[in-house]
Write a protein that binds this ligand. Structure first.
Ligand SMILES: NC(=O)c1ccc[n+]([C@@H]2O[C@H](COP(=O)([O-])OP(=O)(O)OC[C@H]3O[C@@H](n4cnc5c(N)ncnc54)[C@H](O)[C@@H]3O)[C@@H](O)[C@H]2O)c1
Length: 383
């Protein structure tokens, strides 16, 4: 077995990026996809990407050739036979992943680690088809993998401590920031970030403010790089809605994660965002984007409501031992570029203030969605 040889299954958006990261870190990489055209596209994209890096003096010609030569392409899973780690990045369907992991196990060595880049499936369920299931782990990159520093590492109930330790040090050695997350829906980022979208949509639905004004409150007052509606238009309303729905159903329909009709209607209408030319905003040429109503008092209320919901979610992730406080801070600042970690933000605003915003909402609406987290309450009580 050769631990330095890495296999990547699926050469689409994520797989191609992950293979690039591993080859750049000096590994020999086997990239496998059932679709010949996808493999060809990955190969020609690498040439363009690395040529650009040479032009920018970030790589020498020699290094470019060396790195390109490190990647081999194949349509057959058999090519993974002497890999030490295989990262799967194919379609997000459990039945297909099951079939593929069974096939993988029949070709790799006993010691080979099998990882999945899944965003929403449980690692335990993916690993359940393996005979040697302590080799399963989640290694979740963010898009685009070569640029985003965060990688969530998700041990499941089956994963051995050695597999976790090896995966974490490998990812760190690739120059990434590996954070460890429990095998629970949305892991860290896709769980804690939900209110950024959900509460913004709720504020709009209540008629408190329009899209542009809510975005303005979060960027101007909150310091976020993008407002929630601009960001949802960038991600795509189809994708963002699907993640919300998946987290909601996986949490046994906890109202904290309830999806929004406004988003559903936008995606049903084909208003997917930038990629379709229209989402919450109209991106057609010559169309001016709407201006926000810059009422600072209202903007502050909007920001405090959304940030308090995000902080509550960060507290919940910590309370439920999804990850350490440090890893939750890293995940939100490096995975979704929040200007500050949510615990740091909570300290700045004051825990009493955050709790009073949440308790006020909980009292006013009587909805479970706004229930303050017990850990937050205990910390305020205990000062
Ligand atoms: N796109 C994102 O932003 C993102 C981010 C993090 C994680 N993920 C996860 O990564 C995985 C891949 O997502 P993606 O966006 O790269 O998908 P994609 O559609 O861009 O690529 C998937 C590739 O897998 C190939 N494939 C499908 N079935 C196969 C099989 N049985 N054998 C070999 N190849 C097969 C397809 O030909 C395709 O090239 C999913 O599990 C997704 O949840 C996606």
């Amino acid at each position: 077995m050769n631990r330095s040889k890495i296999g990547v299954l699926g050469a689409g958006t994520m797989g191609a990026g992950i293979a690039q990261v591993a080859a750049t870190a000096g590994h020999r990489v086997v990239l496998v996809d059932s679709n010949e055209n996808t493999l060809e596209k990955a190969r020609s994209d690498y040439e363009k990407i690395f040529n650009r890096l040479v032009e920018k003096n970030k790589m020498t010609n020699e290094e470019m050739k060396e790195t390109l030569n490190k990647i081999s392409y194949s349509k057959s899973i058999e090519s993974f036979s002497n890999c030490g780690l295989v990262i799967e990045a194919i379609i997000e369907k459990l039945e297909i992943k099951h079939q593929v992991f069974r096939e993988l196990e029949s070709v790799v060595s006993e010691e080979c680690i099998l990882a999945s880049n899944t965003s929403s499936l449980s690692i335990a369920s993916i690993g359940s088809v393996l005979k040697k299931s302590d080799r399963i782990i989640g290694i979740h990159f963010f898009n685009p993998a070569p640029l985003m520093p965060l990688v969530e590492i998700i041990p499941s109930v089956q994963t051995s401590p050695e597999v976790l330790q090896y995966s974490k040090s490998l990812i760190d050695s690739w120059g990434k920031l590996g954070v460890i997350a429990k095998d629970t829906p949305g892991f860290i980022v896709n769980r804690v970030a939900r209110p950024f979208y959900g509460e913004a949509l709720r504020i709009y639905e209540e008629g408190i403010a329009d899209f542009a004004t809510i975005d303005w409150a979060m960027t101007e007052i909150g310091g976020f790089k993008m407002g929630p509606f601009t960001l949802m238009d960038y991600i795509g309303n189809d994708i963002n809605y699907a993640v919300t729905e998946s987290v909601f159903s996986s949490f046994y329909y906890d109202p904290r994660f309830k999806p929004s009709f406004t988003q559903k209607r936008h995606f049903e209408a084909g208003f997917l965002g930038r990629k379709s030319g229209r989402g919450y905003f109209n991106y057609s040429e010559g169309v001016e984007l709407p201006s926000p109503k810059k009422d600072f008092e209202k903007g502050r209320l909007i920001f405090e409501r959304i940030i308090s919901m995000l902080i509550n979610e960060a507290f919940d992730a910590l309370f439920m031992n999804v990850a350490s406080k440090e890893d939750i801070e890293i995940a939100m600042t490096k995975g979704v570029n929040y200007p500050k970690g949510l615990f740091e933000w909570a300290d700045e605003l004051g825990l009493e203030k955050v709790l009073s915003v949440l308790s006020g909402l909980f009292e006013e609406y009587g909805e479970d969605r706004y229930r303050p987290n017990p850990l937050l309450k205990r910390m305020v009580r205990g000062n």
